[in-house]
Design a binder for this molecule. Structure first.
Ligand code: NAI
Length: 248
């Protein structure tokens, strides 16, 4: 028995980097996978390369900062599967700027994708997650939620908000059998930080802040996500239980 056999998993930003590794890992463990990425071409290519029990993964091009597109995404999941067992809010972007030069547009860009995107997906997926009975939401935060480097204030603040939101959702969703956790990866070798890891001077600086003295691989994060998505992670008794009755 594979660890995610017959579960339905939705991964935002699943066309590249960490999200793609998560999508591939979940499919290998038996999940049906939906990739929701704003890059339609890369999303379709990633989905086509992922074998699932029913054929291939599904790509639904989605910009998570656009509420109409998020609603259309959840409608598609409802139509195809009628429930959702795993939601990974992974889509994210960064902006590098000294805080005093950070304009409203740059701040809004980061906030709308990282925070509003996570909020909207977690909220609009609620009915589908509730139908699972044993659902798991995984929000991808960052080491930067608790640590700061220069010129990353918008990104750090957005990841801090995701971590705080995760704690609130964990409390509010638990009575419905929905677990909510976040992952806070360190430096992971993807396109997002490629321009830093590719520069020997900056790479040395970043590795100096990394106890293992190596950049993480997307698969490292996917392995952690796999545990949180699986039934091995602690789960609540779910809706309708005595525990639930006590909650009310
Ligand atoms: P990446 O840039 O390699 O991939 C991000 C994917 O998200 C891309 O396919 C992109 O098209 C998609 N995306 C961007 N905005 C979107 C939107 N509005 N709607 C839907 N899809 C969108 O990035 P990476 O490194 O794989 O990062 C994934 C997540 O991990 C992000 O939330 C990032 O903040 C977080 N993270 C990354 C770390 C790193 O060192 N790479 C460290 C800690 C956290």
């Amino acid at each position: 028995m594979r660890r995610l056999e017959d579960k339905v998993a939705l991964i935002t930003g699943g066309a590249a980097g960490i999200g793609k590794a998560i999508a591939e890992t979940f499919a290998k463990e038996g999940a049906e996978v939906i990739i929701a990425d704003r890059n339609a071409e890369d999303g379709a290519a990633a989905a086509a390369g992922i074998v699932t029990k029913n054929g291939a993964a599904i790509s639904q091009p989605t910009d998570v900062s656009d509420i109409a597109q998020v609603k259309a995404l959840m409608d598609r999941v409802a139509e195809l599967f009628g429930r959702l067992d795993i939601l990974v809010n992974n889509a994210g972007i960064g902006e590098r700027s000294d805080f005093r030069h950070l304009d409203d547009e740059a701040w809004d860009r980061v906030w709308q994708v990282n925070v509003d995107g996570t909020v909207r997906c977690a909220r609009e997926a609620f009915d589908l997650l509730r139908k699972s009975g044993r659902a798991s939401v995984i929000n991808v935060s960052s080491l930067m939620a608790n640590k700061h480097t220069r010129q990353m204030s918008a990104y750090s603040a957005s990841k801090g908000a995701i971590s705080a939101l995760t704690r609130s959702l964990a409390v509010e969703y638990a009575p419905y059998g929905i677990r909510v956790n976040h992952l806070a990866p360190g430096y992971i070798d993807t396109d997002m930080i490629g321009r830093f890891t590719g520069n020997p001077l900056i790479a040395k600086l970043l590795l100096g802040q990394t106890p293992l003295r190596r950049f993480g691989a997307p698969q490292d994060v996917a392995n952690a996500a796999l545990f949180l998505a699986s039934d091995e992670a602690p789960t609540s008794p779910g809706r309708g239980s005595r525990w639930m009755a006590a909650w009310r």
